[in-house]
Design a protein around this ligand. Structure first.
Ligand code: GUN
Ligand code: ZN
Length: 441
């Protein structure tokens, strides 16, 4: 029903994964001559151009053939204060934190520096086609508020929160459980559920969170409806050894978060490269998601993520760039890295296919952060969040696309060769958050 508003038809080849290609064959839906009908910021129809056009003859029309429409990309693990330490290669996690990440995070005490970083960070997300991100904020409330404010101006969807720690880092990064509770509460009241923002309670990791701090996290989660939770889990072998010493009562790393009720459906655990027996089954039973960050896992030498074991155990998995332990903002690149590293895994099973990469980079992310009713694919009724990718003229990607015999081949090529130079337009809720104009538009 049109409600009198004709809407706008975008005509281009399009691909999305409204179902899970790890569980079903044929989960990739694609239309070589496709169309999206947008109305009031939502997807009103998605399908073959001729059918959409015939059903909506009054809609405005835009011809975007020559490029491809994908759902907005969803990054489920990324740190905004680490933008400027991208490329700090050569260390493992604990040394990298000490030498690069934590000193930079301490600079977020200066609000103007943090605010400038937040603006650049959001621009980087949008210019790579990312429309939704689950973001580690800063250890400082004003810097974290600056991120939420900048996201509202930029129009992006973020799920973020004040990073909580009361030990083991740099003293200037530590809060007390009392200030953590107070400052988190204020941020939740200001930003959670406002516009496109959601709040995530965010202890950095078990090494830097005392039991009193984890109790604060539990209280916060119980006090407000719909909060998300994010932290790190089982990333690096040295980290896991330290955690075991700090929590001698815990049978494994996950048990620490479990004791404080922090592993339910709205929780996203980053990494989980080294799960212990039993942890995967418990993650699956709780509906807890794991953000797989393949570039970071390789760059920090953390290890190869046991994706097949996660999938077989029924654990929800999504993708994260983990800037700045990772290597950049590109979710297409992250998909390719996932493919590459799974190829090299000891028991890799079948190689990941292009539909699975798209799912990991879109719909799986929406499920992980509990936004699957709003975003993640082009089902009618969902928000009109999309990225329009067009291979630059004369590029290798343009050449591959010209001769590709199927939409799956094209999708695989987009993951292999696509980068921010292909991102032409990005919309969230039907509104442009990034757009490149050129003579051929
Ligand atoms: N564990 C605790 N903090 C961090 C971080 O900033 N990056 C990564 N990759 N792991 C962490
Ligand atoms: Zn991280």
């Amino acid at each position: 029903m049109s409600l009198g508003v004709p809407g706008e038809i975008l005509r281009a080849p399009l691909l999305h994964t409204p179902r899970n290609p790890f569980l079903e064959s044929g989960a990739l839906e694609s239309y070589p001559d496709g169309a999206l009908l947008l109305r009031a910021g939502k997807i009103a129809a998605c399908g073959d151009y001729n059918e959409v056009r015939a059903a909506h003859p009054d809609a405005a029309y835009r011809d975007l053939r020559g490029g491809f429409l994908l759902p907005g990309l969803i990054d489920t693990h990324i740190h905004f204060p680490q933008l400027r330490i991208l490329g700090s290669l050569g260390q493992e996690l604990m040394e990298w934190l000490e030498q690069f990440a934590l000193p930079e995070e301490a600079r977020m005490a200066e609000l103007s520096y943090a605010s400038d970083t937040a603006h650049r960070f959001l621009h980087a997300l949008a210019s790579h086609g990312t429309t939704t991100a689950m973001v580690f904020g800063a250890h400082f409330a004003p810097a974290t508020a600056a991120l939420f404010e900048a996201a509202e101006v930029a129009g992006l969807r973020i799920v973020s929160g004040l990073v909580l720690s009361d030990r083991g880092l740099l003293p200037e990064l530590h809060q007390t459980p009392e200030t953590a509770y107070r400052d988190s509460g204020e941020l939740i009241r200001r930003f959670h559920g406002k516009g496109r923002s959601r709040y995530a309670v965010t202890p950095r990791f078990a090494i830097s969170a005392s039991e009193a701090m984890l109790e604060v996290c539990q209280t916060l989660m119980q006090e407000e409806e719909g909060l998300r939770f994010q932290t790190h889990l089982n990333e690096n072998r040295s980290e896991i050894e330290i955690v075991a010493r700090l929590f001698p009562w815990a049978e494994d790393y996950l048990a620490i978060y479990e004791r404080y009720g922090l592993t339910a459906r709205r929780a996203v655990m980053a990494h989980n490269v080294h799960p212990r027996p039993g942890e995967l089954e418990r993650l699956a039973a709780g509906g807890t998601a794991v953000a797989h960050c393949p570039s970071s896992n390789a760059a920090l030498g953390s290890g190869i993520f046991p994706l097949r074991r996660h999938i077989e155990a029924g654990v929800r998995c999504s993708l994260g760039t983990d800037v700045g332990g990772g290597t950049g903002f590109g979710m297409l690149k992250e998909g390719l890295q996932a493919y590459m590293l799974q190829r090299l895994a000891l028991n890799p099973g079948a190689p990941l296919n292009a539909a699975q990469l798209l799912y990991l980079a879109t719909r799986a992310g929406a499920e992980a952060i509990h936004l699957e009713d709003e975003v993640g694919d082009f089902s009618p009724g969902k928000s009109a969040d999309f990225v329009y990718l067009r291979p630059p003229a004369g590029s290798p990607l343009a050449a591959v696309v010209e001769r590709a015999e199927s939409m799956e081949r094209i999708l695989a090529a987009l993951f292999t060769l696509g980068d921010s130079s292909c991102v032409r337009e990005v919309r969230v809720g039907g509104t442009a958050v990034y757009c490149v104009k050129s003579d051929d538009d």
